[in-house]
Write a protein that binds this ligand. Structure first.
Ligand code: HPA
Length: 274
């Protein structure tokens, strides 16, 4: 049940706007090992999550807990270095609270990134995948509870959750930079245990290409708020049962480290086109 109200969002937003001189237009949420993009923000103002009213703290290795506001590829951005996952024990409304705050400080476009397991056997670890759509298997939804009509409608449309316009720009960027960009369906699970091979076979049958433990709650809240969304998954490992080896968080971190140059090129190139 949603215990966060418009007043909580406004308080967090006011805390942030009092500390910045620019109004960010683009929000960036960085997944495991992908927070490096924050190093490229010019004139960055850094605000620790722990200082922002009502913000939760992120508890996972590879996820710092700070908001960076500044200029990236000529655009004003707010970047979340570290995000909140429902497997940490946060409800979906807390997980997506930063998206509400982004909207309140002026964000119109959200770029969400994550590390994900490849379900599509044509993928390889290190591939970047544009999210064309998602399947929410978390069993949770950030909009459960009374609807605040100031934030969005009761029954938001999800027929184009991931903007085809933005996906077109991302494809164009990847082509100009000369690498293959996958495009597929992301299935969001609660975690934190990785999936069983049987679950992965089920997800493949359902039409999923990649699986991860984030993103869906944030994207639902973003669409409810009227924010345009682009999602990028870094395929950090092949999903359970595909290769004859166990999955580990170390592998996820190693792969994101290996592909970070390509990832940075894609996001930077794309931002200049937004
Ligand atoms: N499953 C779920 N979440 C993940 C995976 C995976 O294989 N890899 C990175 N995040």
């Amino acid at each position: 049940m949603n215990l966060l109200t418009g007043a909580h969002i406004r308080e967090a937003a006011e805390y942030i706007t009092a500390r910045i001189k620019v109004q960010p237009e683009i929000g960036l949420i960085m997944g495991s090992g992908l927070g490096i993009l924050g190093d490229y923000i010019e004139n960055a103002v850094t605000i620790a999550y722990q200082d922002i009213p009502h913000f939760p703290l992120s508890t996972v290795e590879g996820h710092a807990g700070e908001l960076l506001i500044g200029t990236l590829s000529g655009r004003t951005v707010v970047l979340m270095r570290g995000r909140f996952h429902m497997y940490e024990g946060y409800g979906p409304e807390l997980t997506s609270f930063p998206v509400r705050v982004m909207k309140a400080i002026g964000v119109k476009t959200l770029v969400v990134t994550n590390a994900a397991g490849g379900i599509n056997t044509g993928y390889d670890p290190g591939d970047l995948m544009l999210i064309s759509d998602h399947i929410n298997l978390t069993g949770r939804n950030p909009l459960v509870g009374p609807n605040d009509n100031e934030l969005g409608v009761r029954f938001p449309d999800m027929s184009e959750a991931y903007s085809s316009r933005l996906r077109g720009l991302a494809r164009q960027t990847a082509e100009a930079q000369g690498f293959t960009l996958r495009e597929g369906v992301y299935v969001g699970v609660l975690g934190p245990s990785y999936e069983t091979p049987a679950e992965i076979r089920m997800m493949r049958t359902m039409g999923a290409d990649a699986v991860g433990m984030s993103t869906v709650a944030e994207v639902i809240a973003a669409r409810h708020s009227g924010i345009e969304v682009l999602g990028i998954s870094c395929i950090s490992n092949m999903a359970s049962g595909i290769l004859n080896q166990p999955l580990s968080h170390e592998e996820v971190m190693e792969t994101t480290e290996r592909v970070k140059t390509r990832f940075l090129g894609l996001v930077n190139g794309l931002i200049s086109l937004l």
